[in-house]
Design a protein around this ligand. Structure first.
Ligand code: SF4
Length: 264
């Protein structure tokens, strides 16, 4: 069973490096992308969950010797040059969990604030839930929006999907509370591919109890059945109730079962 806090420490051993007061992080790719209508993306190495539906290549995400250490100046230069060349409005760090190596992230945000772009912080929320001070730090930046991707709709589902202990499900909800309390721009996304409609409604109602606006701003996220995601789901014997194919067709549980059973 994964302990995300312990896994954060282990990940920081190989994904972060401090030298002369600068924190470097391993990255495996810089790219443009179509999400949010166009966003410059730096794909970092390392995460503190082990989601069985993870989109980025699991090999790149988890192998400790992959990617290159990059400092905040390099990262912001690459992101802003991609965004300017392609006319994008948004920047992000993706591919792993950006709140690992938090000092590195803060330095990137400080530098990015000098540019006319919005930084989308996509996170699983675990560390922000565990450390309220992180939300307070993020509140310093006016050009960020945090998207907290909640894995499943219950502690049991969270454990099945992330391989992490179910007690950490609450940390994601706590992250929303901390961000709300510190007035950070954010919204929750629920990975709903494995949930019933009733499960989703119940979680949204719970979020509305924290604040109506939080419940109202929920994004419903369905996984994409890339080849490596199909292989992982087959290995774990899990079939999504709804998912996208790589050609963006939203398919049912039966169609997903057929696709997962028949892909060679
Ligand atoms: S939290 Fe995101 S990056 Fe980490 S394993 Fe899950 S899907 Fe992959």
């Amino acid at each position: 069973m994964v302990d995300p806090i312990e896994l954060t420490k282990a990940t920081e051993e190989y994904a972060c490096r401090r030298k002369d007061d600068i924190v470097y992080r391993r990255y495996w790719r810089f790219r443009g992308g179509k999400w949010y209508g166009g966003i410059a993306t730096a794909d970092c190495v390392g995460c503190n969950l082990r989601c069985i539906f993870c989109g980025p290549s699991l090999t790149w995400m988890r192998l400790s010797d992959k990617g290159e250490f990059r400092g905040p100046i390099y990262v912001v230069k690459r992101l802003t040059s991609i965004a300017m060349a392609r006319g994008y409005r948004y920047l992000r760090i993706s591919g792993g969990e950006p709140t690992i190596c938090f000092d590195h992230l803060l330095s990137v945000l400080e530098l990015a604030e000098k540019y006319p772009f919005t930084f989308i912080l996509e996170t699983n929320g675990i560390l922000i839930g565990a450390n309220e001070w992180m939300a307070k730090e993020l509140a310093r930046f006016k050009n960020i929006h945090v998207r907290v991707s909640i894995k499943g709709t219950s502690p049991e589902e969270f454990e099945k999907l992330t391989l992490a202990d179910r007690i950490y499900f609450r940390y994601q909800i706590d992250a929303l509370k901390h961000l709300y309390d510190h007035n950070v721009s954010f919204h929750p996304a629920i990975v709903a591919s494995f949930s019933t409609e009733q499960d989703i409604i119940e979680l949204i109602n719970e979020l509305k109890n924290i604040h109506t606006e939080i419940g109202r701003s929920v994004e419903i996220e369905y996984i994409i059945l890339y080849r490596h995601v199909i292989e992982s789901l087959r290995k774990h014997n899990v079939i999504p109730k709804k998912a996208y194919t790589t050609s963006w067709e939203l398919i049912t549980e039966e169609e997903a079962r057929h696709l997962i059973s028949n892909q060679v």
